[in-house]
Design a protein. Structure first.
Lengths: 41, 571
């Protein structure tokens, strides 16, 4: 029983990390707002 | 501190410097595919695994490869450890590893941590040691180098998020770097007296007439990759303090060089890949200055010894007849300098092998390894992990420098904007989130307090060290903490997984984002990244981020212990 819990915990942790990859990709979408420095405008 | 001690440190630094360039060039040629002298082995591996070696992966695919490879190998290790009692190569007939320790150990070796809450020679069969633990020593190290190379590619390329092929990088790192170097080092270790056999344990009669069992096994082969891959997991419980693992000052020196040789070489590889060699050396210099500062502090603290001994009138000065200082928990064949140097190296890197008991260091001496881990092990660091950790700090430094002068920061001609900084902050914030929260819980929760063997600030340091070591994927321990419980085995295992992958994912994302940026020409407003000013600023950022995050916790642990020890209070 505890073996199953540890295996489930491991799978859950890595599933969360795969979701984290997706979240980072979403966070990385280019901003539409102007984020250039003053010198470039 | 003695002249002999400083000579040993100087000799180490000179050898490390001399190896940086050749190692860096070799790794560059391995990863750009121009070194294919083992192509007759490499190509069949791709064919069998169905890998297209020409495929260039997007960073999300690269990250998914890292995660899938890691979870699969972790689960296999868990099962083998649990079932080892029914499997071959188990002459001592060890039963299956307890569930909680099997979870922690499989997490530990998958993440390059190698924290060991078990006694290796009394728990692990030869099959478990060789096919699982030693396998992870190679695989986790190769994964770390692959990620570092992928991050560097992101800086160097303009490739719409594509940063290489994870499977190809991992095979090449294992085949061309880790296996050949391990064979050479293992043979050198055997020459120094490290054992390598499959014998049953030997019972001998001691000089006092008592019976003693001497553990045997294939130690040299595991010892080599343990150091080269900055893994650190010992074949024996005493790790590199055990005379069968680390018998002589030369084996000790070789071990210390092996820990740093790949991380140091990667700084040169960085310079060559981004076509800015002076920047590579600036990163090397940053790492070296931090390493030297840590070494000096630890050596000073241990050579100075315990102030209570001095107050009691004991002679703790180094002389021809004694090493002086604090020799508690240290091997006489290594002495103070080789123990302090080893402690700094093993925690600058994510190695975690120990040749002395860090728990027995003075408060300040013990704080140095703790701080090294809390800085993110970016001082040469773990194989690959040190480089991508340092590159995150470089991006942060360039960003701060840009803010200071009101220009959009750029690094190697690529603009650093909000999405890159988001990734850096995700990686930086994971560390306090895990270390401090778990430490706080363990410091008040009954199952956490149950593991303590020391009270007061020293006990707190033991808990803080355990979570710092786990998150940083170091694996060394303040051995006073009893970590064999469901609470510690599970929470430390979770800290290891988050510490490894919650940094790798944003690092790969950063690489992907930067690879999408066009390169702009250097201008008068570009912050130079190969000057003493850059090195100084980078060191400041690393120290300030670390200090702001962990100083309050350090004040409750080793710092207050130092002052109380001076006032003759022990814990």
């Amino acid at each position: 029983m505890i073996d199953l819990l540890y295996i489930a915990l491991t799978l859950l942790a890595f599933a969360a990390l795969l979701a984290y990859v997706r979240a980072c990709a979403l966070l990385g979408r280019e901003d539409t707002a102007d984020s250039r420095g003053k010198d470039e405008r | 501190m003695t002249a002999n001690g400083w000579l040993q440190i100087l000799f180490y630094c000179v050898v490390l410097l001399a190896l940086t360039k050749p190692m860096g060039i070799y790794m560059l040629k391995v990863y750009d595919g121009s070194h294919r002298w083992l192509g007759f082995l490499e190509r069949p591996i791709y064919r069998i695994c169905g890998v297209d070696e020409k495929e260039d992966q997007h960073w999300t695919d690269y990250a998914a490869g890292v995660l899938l490879f890691s979870v699969a190998s972790m689960l296999v290790t868990y099962l083998v450890l649990r079932l080892q009692g029914a499997l071959p190569l188990n002459p001592e007939r060890f039963p299956g590893v307890v569930d909680r320790q099997a979870f922690e150990t499989s997490a530990s070796f998958t993440t390059n941590t190698n924290w060991q809450s078990y006694v290796g020679e009394k728990t692990m069969s030869y099959l478990s040691q060789m096919t699982q633990l030693a396998m992870h020593n190679f695989a986790s190290a190769a994964v770390g180098i692959s990620v570092a190379i992928a991050v560097i590619r992101g800086l160097a390329r303009r490739s719409a998020g594509k940063i290489g092929n994870f499977w190809v990088d991992t095979v090449r790192g294992t085949l061309y770097i880790l296996i050949p170097l391990s064979i050479v080092l293992a043979l050198l270790m055997v020459q120094q007296g490290v054992i390598q056999n499959f014998s049953s344990y030997v019972t001998v009669k001691t000089l006092e007439g008592a019976k003693q069992t001497l553990a045997m096994g294939p130690v040299a082969s595991q010892e080599a990759i343990k150091q080269l891959g900055t893994n650190g997991g010992g074949f024996f419980n005493a790790n590199a303090a055990h005379p069968f693992e680390n018998p002589t000052p030369w084996s000790n020196f070789l071990s210390m060089i092996a820990i740093f040789v790949i991380p140091a070489g990667l700084t040169y590889t960085l310079g060559r890949m981004v076509k800015h060699q002076r920047h590579g050396w600036a990163v090397w210099a940053t790492m070296f200055i931090l390493f030297f500062a840590g070494t000096t502090t630890a050596y000073w603290a241990e050579a100075r010894g315990n102030p209570i001994h001095a107050a009691e009138g004991l002679d703790i000065k180094a002389s021809a007849l004694q090493p002086g200082g604090n020799m508690e928990g240290k091997e006489v064949r290594f002495g103070i300098v080789a123990s302090a140097l080893y402690a700094v190296i093993t925690t600058d890197a994510s190695c975690g092998a120990v040749n002395a008991m860090h728990d027995s260091f003075t408060a300040i001496g013990g704080m140095v390894p703790l701080v090294n881990m809390q800085l993110g092990e970016v001082v040469f660091g773990g194989v690959g992990a040190g480089m991508y950790g340092m590159l995150l700090m470089v991006v942060l430094t360039v960003f701060i420098a840009g803010l200071m002068v009101g220009r959009t920061p750029e690094y190697l001609g690529k603009k650093i904007q909000s999405r890159e900084i988001r990734m850096v902050m995700l990686a930086v914030l994971a560390s306090p989130l895990v270390i401090l929260v778990f430490t706080a819980i363990a410091s008040v929760a009954p199952p956490g307090l149950k593991g303590l063997n020391n009270s007061g600030p020293h006990g707190f340091s033991e808990i803080l060290y355990a979570y710092s070591s786990s998150f940083a994927n170091n694996g060394s321990a303040f051995a006073g903490l009893t970590g064999t419980s469901y609470f510690y085995n599970t929470t430390l295992g979770i800290a290891m997984i988050i510490g490894r992958f919650a940094v790798i994912v944003p690092a790969l994302a950063l690489a992907g984002f930067l690879s999408e940026r066009k390169v702009v020409a250097e201008s008068s407003g570009t912050f130079p990244i190969a000057t003493p000013l850059f090195v100084g600023l980078l060191i400041s950022v690393i120290l300030i981020v670390g200090a702001l995050t962990f100083f309050p916790a350090l004040a409750l642990g080793p710092i207050v212990e130092h002052f109380l020890t001076s006032a003759r209070t022990l814990f």
